[in-house]
Write a protein that binds this ligand. Structure first.
Ligand code: FMN
Length: 436
């Protein structure tokens, strides 16, 4: 059975193009390349990015799975050409090198051409050493071309399909930069609207914090250094009931954490209040439930749980934060070692690189959250076509809005089920010994 929104990417950073196949998308979803273009452009922006972004203008061509602007229910294939490829044709050539091509490449190396020269001075913090040893490569280019976050353009394109699908069902996902180099936004000063934040240099809702973040990135640039931060992804309109507590691999919280953690550069994931919960008493952490609201919504006084309890969505906005480490390719490289000789070298390899990528990583975070939510939505409501999925979602939301039918057998009727104020409800039983 096909897992909904399963996807696989392919492509090297300076190869001809990136590709992605997305399976399990319902039929009848309106989809054009334009739908994917906005997020691809958002991924390329952000103060602190390197020169590569001026070369590329990412656009995903839809080459399979869509006819006359609507999905067919068959696998969708997207291709994203790398404009920079034309500068790397021989270095990244797919076919074996002819004698002439090999001689040209050797001559380029002898002439000091950096692109053509095998990379052996492994970069601390990058995939170079572990990747080369794992796959038996003697030129680290064979590793870094795929480990490069250029691949995340393919994820963002795939995420655009999930965004189009979820939009039809009333679910929306966005992100913002919450922290750069230790400078965090002040939520009380987050005066920018979502559109304003999205258009700002760091996609940041707090203008004052953003100015300080920009200064921090400049400081890193001047020192030949790099700087990390935190992005926050927010999903709204998610109905209660996605995911499950009944089995570890059905938990939505775990799937979201894995999806965001899979982004090359993310070193930590928090849901809702995250680690901060460990420093506070339960009475100030747990979100008081005020009762059933309109349209199936249950009102929580706060959302410290980030919309997820016991691996199940609880109807509040889902909040996922990703910790972005500083980029590991430094303009002033760290000391390292040579892969082939094993000897220490003064400077690791350097090639054109970003200085800070928190806003871009946030867009990739959105894509991973979108793809994960799309999978869990279809697991919950099913649907081979968009009509079927939309009907099913409407029914589920209506179902949530209705009062429970009560205990069908009447066994517990009159036993204080409703409105009990006391301490006999499961989980809160006085004297219960542990593990709940
Ligand atoms: C949008 C984005 C852009 C990135 N740009 C660079 C870059 O220019 N230079 C670099 O060394 N790492 C860059 N990275 C991070 C590396 O891809 C990543 O650190 C590396 O693959 C090792 O994986 P790890 O950080 O998960 O250990 C970028 C990551 C993202 C998400």
């Amino acid at each position: 059975m096909t897992e909904a929104f399963r996807f696989l990417t392919a492509g090297e950073s300076h190869g001809r193009m990136l590709g992605v196949i997305v399976e399990g998308v319902p039929a009848g979803l309106p989809l054009t390349a334009e739908d994917l273009a906005t997020d691809l452009a958002r991924r390329q922006r952000g103060y602190g990015r390197g020169a590569r972004q001026q070369i590329e203008q990412d656009r995903a061509d839809i080459v399979a799975g869509v006819r006359h602007g609507r999905t067919l229910g068959s696998p969708i294939q997207l291709l994203i050409p790398n404009r920079d490829w034309e500068n790397w044709t021989t270095v990244m050539q797919v076919e074996p090198l002819s004698a002439d091509e090999a001689a040209t490449l050797v001559a380029a190396v002898d002439g000091g051409d950096k692109r053509s020269t095998p990379v052996t001075r492994v970069r601390p913090g990058h995939a170079d050493l572990a990747g080369a040893l794992k796959y038996g490569h003697e030129d680290v280019r064979n590793v870094l071309e795929r480990a490069s976050a250029r691949e995340t353009a393919a994820r963002v394109a795939a995420g655009g399909i999930a965004r189009a699908f979820l939009r039809e069902l009333g679910i929306d996902v966005w992100s913002f930069t919450a922290e750069v180099g230790g400078i965090a936004i002040d939520p009380t000063n987050a005066s920018r609207s979502r559109e304003e934040a999205d258009a700002s240099p760091l996609r940041c809702p707090d203008p004052d914090a953003e100015a300080a973040m920009i200064a921090r990135i400049d400081e890193a640039r001047e020192g030949g250094d790099t700087v990390g931060g935190v992005f926050e992804v927010v999903a709204t309109g998610v109905p209660i009931g996605l995911g499950s507590y009944v089995q570890w691999d059905r938990r939505l919280d775990a799937a979201l954490a894995a999806a965001v953690m899979s982004i090359n550069i993310v070193k930590g994931v928090e849901l809702g209040m995250g680690f901060e919960q460990t420093r506070r008493f339960g009475s100030v952490v747990h979100d008081v439930i005020e009762g059933r609201g309109d349209a199936g919504r249950w009102i929580h006084r706060s959302n410290n749980a980030g919309g997820l309890t016991a691996g199940v969505s609880n109807g509040e906005p889902i909040i996922v934060r990703g910790a972005v480490k500083p980029i590991s390719t430094l303009a002033r490289p760290l000391p390292s070692a040579d892969l082939l000789t094993g000897a220490a070298v003064k400077k690791a390899h350097y090639e054109r690189s970003d200085i800070s990528v928190v806003p871009a990583a946030g867009v990739v975070g959105e894509a991973m959250v979108l793809l994960t939510l799309a999978r869990f939505v279809l697991e919950k409501i099913g649907g081979d076509s968009m009509d079927e999925a939309a009907d099913s979602m409407t029914r589920w939301r209506e179902r949530l809005g209705r009062a429970p039918r009560g205990d069908p057998a009447g066994v517990l009727a009159g036993a204080g089920r409703a409105g009990t104020d006391g301490d006999e409800i499961e989980g809160g039983t006085v004297g219960s010994g542990g593990d709940d």
